[in-house]
Design a protein around this ligand. Structure first.
Ligand SMILES: [Zn+2]
Length: 364
């Protein structure tokens, strides 16, 4: 049954999210979940306790913690604050071949001025490009699973290598509070899904390529006791103010929208997701900002009226994408016109994950 279109009266989430439902005020479950979390948040997130914990656990390492650095505002601000709290982080950045020059410069300025060691995991472009071809052929929604999965692998591998127990990440509920609906992306530790899609289409050797599966996560989290911490939840984070200070002190150049530090992420979120899957991720990002009162709902609605990528910029972006992927316009159009195939049509470890998480919740 096709649901009638509806949009939440408090945030800007709508029926393009499969599992959305509305209460009698026409408020949706997505923003209601965030309100529930923020009211119970105060007492357990104590920054001083976290900093103590991090310092206590660094017994035989050069570093206190890992900070995953994408080049975006959230992770850049995390690094700034981590240093301010007197911690000694190793910044880990992943280069999948799609970083914008802007992001590259932002990262270089930041680590230089903060005097932080930077490890960059450079993914083999031939492998990465081949995996992208396979993901396009497979018609699954989450092409960014490739980046995210490798990014998790790189961060946990570095933490393990340096015997560090904390990965402090720029994830947070203040700008990311509204979760991404389950039909908009996929389970990020699904190594099996990536391998299965690769095997079916181009069968490229993945030797030496960083992949993260459910069992890898369990090993890192429960055997090696490495924790992934949404650091910005521990401090009072205001994105606008953070951006201003980054620009002033670190010569940071802003991006036009969240996650646009990578060219492909911009093109994927601003064009592919919208055209092929009728998904506008800005709805979740903007809803988070509305709920945390950083912008008004009307402002969010105005932003959504604009195309995510401006018309004149778009043709340039399409050309850049085609050139980098060795595609003709026709290849892109054919891809965009094919219907979606769900991730679990291919092999997947999502069920294993669900199984372990239900046991974990039960034991807790
Ligand atoms: Zn809502």
């Amino acid at each position: 049954m096709i649901k009638d279109y509806n949009i939440c009266s408090r945030c800007v989430m709508d029926t393009t999210a499969d599992e959305i439902f509305f209460d009698k005020n026409n408020y949706c479950n997505f923003c209601s979940e965030v309100n529930d979390i923020s009211t119970s948040k105060e007492d357990y997130l104590k920054i001083d306790n976290l900093v103590n914990d991090v310092q206590k656990n660094n017994s035989n390492s050069n570093y206190d913690c890992i900070v995953g650095l994408s080049g975006g505002v959230d992770s850049a601000w995390t690094l700034v604050k981590v240093k301010e709290y007197g911690l000694n982080p190793l910044a880990v950045h992943m280069d999948n071949g799609w970083n914008t020059e802007l992001a590259q410069n932002n990262i270089e300025n930041l680590v230089k001025i903060l005097n932080v060691d930077l490890y960059t995991e450079v993914l083999d472009w031939n492998i990465y490009q081949s995996l992208m071809y396979s993901f396009f052929k497979s018609d699954v929604v989450d092409v960014e699973l490739l980046y995210d999965n490798a990014m998790f692998a790189a961060n946990f591998q570095q933490a393990n290598k340096h015997n560090v127990k904390f990965i402090l990440a720029g994830t947070n509920t203040s700008t990311e509070g509204v979760r991404i609906p389950s039909n908009w992306n996929w389970y990020k530790y699904d190594k099996k899904n990536i391998k299965s899609i690769n095997r079916i289409f181009f069968n490229t050797s993945l030797k030496g390529y960083p992949l993260m599966g459910t069992y890898n996560y369990i090993y890192y989290r429960f055997i090696k006791k490495i924790k992934w911490i949404p650091f910005l939840d521990y401090i009072n984070y205001n994105k606008k103010e953070a951006e201003k200070e980054l620009e002033k002190k670190f010569n940071f150049k802003p991006y036009t929208h969240k996650h646009y530090e990578s060219f492909f992420t911009k093109f994927y979120q601003g064009y592919i997701l919208l055209k092929k899957f009728n998904i506008d991720k800005r709805k979740a990002h903007l809803s988070s900002l509305v709920i945390s009162k950083q912008i008004s709902r009307n402002q969010a609605l105005e932003i959504l009226k604009e195309d995510p990528i401006k018309k004149d910029e778009l043709s340039e972006d399409i050309n850049y994408f085609l050139k980098k992927m060795n595609w003709l316009k026709n290849d892109l159009d054919t891809y965009l016109s094919r219907p979606e195939v769900k991730h679990d049509y291919y092999q997947s470890e999502r069920k294993i994950w669900n199984y372990f998480s239900s046991i974990y919740r039960y034991l807790k």
